[in-house]
Design a protein around this ligand. Structure first.
Ligand code: NAP
Length: 308
C-alpha cells in the first residue's frame, strides 16, 4: 500500500520531540504538509491554518492534531468533514461530549479516529497488565510527581480552563491504570489544589475503588523538585509490583523483571496505520472520564500563586 499522506497540525514541543522522528521511521506515512500559526518543519509545505492547508493540498489523507486540547475539536471536525483520518494527541479533547461528537462524525464519514494514549505504549505496560491479571490485586498506589517548571515552562494553555493542569501528566498515569487493572475502578473522593491565580490545578489526590472494594490511591503533584516520580505500585497475592519511570520499568518484590527501550510514538503510529487499514477507530474515553469525575467530585483548595 502507498504511504498515507499525513499532515501535522500544531507544530510545537511534542511534534519536534516525538512525532517527527516516529513518522520519519514509519514507511506507512509520508509527511505531506503542516498547519501551524508559527511552527514549520524544514522541507515540508507549511500553512497557517488547517482550512488553508486542506484547501491547498486536497491529497492529504490523515492529520495528527498536536495543538493544546482546547483547540482540537474544531480542527478535528474540519479534518473529518474533509474525509481525513484523525490522530488526536492526548488528551483527546477538552470535554467528553466533544470527543463523543467526533466519534459519531468519524463513524458517519467512515474515517478512523484515534484517541492516542502514548503512555499505554511504554515498554513495560503490557508486562504489568499480564502480571496483574495473574493474581489478586489488593491495593494500588500511584505517585506522579514532577517539576512543572522543568517540563512545562511558559505553557500558558496548560494553566487555562481545559488545559488540565497537573492532570496533563496525571492523565498518562490514568491511561496506564485503566489499561492494566483487571477490573475498572471508579472515583470515590478527590482533592484538587489550585494556585490562586490559575484555572487549573497544580496538585491532586484521588481515591478510587472497584466493585470488589480494591482501593487505588493517586497523588499528582507538579511541585516536585529533585527526584521525579512516575510510579504505579500494586500490592498483590504474587508480590509487590512496581511499574516505574512512566511505564518503562517493571520490578516484582524489588527484582527488575522487564525493561526495554522507549518506543511510545513509533508504536502509536503503527497503531494509527493499523486502524486505518482495518477501517476502525480507537477512542477510549476512560482516562478522560476519571479526570472529569475528579473535577465533578473533587474538593477544591487554593494555594499560593504560581509564576513561571
Ligand atoms: P506546545 O508546544 O505548547 O503547543 C503545541 C503547538 O500548538 C504550539 O507550538 C502552537 O503552534 C499550537 N498552539 C499553542 N497554543 C495554541 C492556541 N491557543 N491555538 C491554536 N494552536 C495553539 O504543547 P506540546 O507540549 O507540544 O503539547 C501539545 C499536546 O501534546 C498537548 O495536548 C499535550 O498534552 C500533548 N503531549 C505533550 C507532551 C510533551 O512532552 N510536551 C507529551 C505527550 C503529549 P503555533 O503557534 O505554530 O500554532
Amino acid at each position: 500500500m502507498a504511504a498515507i499522506r499525513l499532515a501535522i497540525v500544531g507544530v510545537g514541543k511534542i511534534v519536534r520531540d516525538q512525532h517527527l522522528p516516529a513518522i520519519a521511521g514509519n514507511p506507512d506515512f509520508s509527511l505531506f504538509a503542516t498547519a501551524s500559526r508559527h511552527g514549520t518543519v524544514d522541507g515540508v509545505p507549511a500553512y497557517t491554518s488547517i482550512e488553508a492547508m486542506l484547501e491547498a493540498v486536497p491529497e492529504i489523507e490523515a492529520v495528527s492534531l498536536c495543538m493544546p486540547p482546547q483547540y482540537r475539536y474544531d480542527a478535528a471536525r474540519v479534518a473529518l468533514d474533509r474525509g481525513c483520518h484523525v490522530f488526536l494527541e492526548k488528551p483527546p479533547g477538552a470535554t467528553l461530549s466533544e470527543v463523543q461528537d467526533l466519534t459519531r462524525l468519524a463513524t458517519a464519514k467512515r474515517r478512523s479516529l484515534f484517541a492516542s494514549w502514548h503512555s499505554r505504549y511504554a515498554p513495560a505496560v503490557e508486562a504489568a497488565r499480564a502480571f496483574l491479571s495473574s493474581g489478586d490485586v489488593h491495593s494500588v498506589r500511584i505517585n506522579w510527581k514532577e517539576d512543572v517548571r522543568h517540563w512545562h515552562p511558559n505553557q500558558e494553555w496548560i494553566w487555562a480552563a481545559g488545559g488540565l493542569g497537573v492532570f496533563d501528566p496525571g492523565i498518562n498515569a490514568l491511561s496506564i491504570m485503566t489499561h492494566i487493572l483487571p477490573r475498572p475502578a471508579f472515583l470515590t473522593a478527590a482533592e484538587l489544589t489550585f494556585p490562586e491565580n490559575r484555572d487549573a490545578p497544580i496538585a491532586a489526590t484521588l481515591s478510587f475503588r472497584d466493585h470488589a472494594g480494591m482501593p487505588v490511591e493517586a497523588e499528582f503533584d507538579w511541585r516536585q523538585t529533585g527526584k521525579q516520580s512516575w510510579d504505579i505500585i500494586a500490592a498483590t497475592s504474587k508480590g509487590e509490583m512496581v511499574l516505574s519511570e512512566g511505564g518503562a520499568k517493571l520490578a516484582i518484590d524489588g527484582k527488575p523483571v522487564f525493561s526495554a527501550p522507549e518506543q511510545e510514538y513509533p508504536e502509536l503510529y503503527r497503531r494509527f496505520a493499523a486502524i486505518i487499514k482495518a477501517g476502525q477507530s480507537d477512542v477510549d474515553l476512560a482516562p478522560l472520564t476519571h479526570v472529569a469525575d475528579a473535577f465533578m467530585l473533587g474538593k477544591r483548595k487554593f494555594t499560593e500563586a504560581f509564576h513561571d
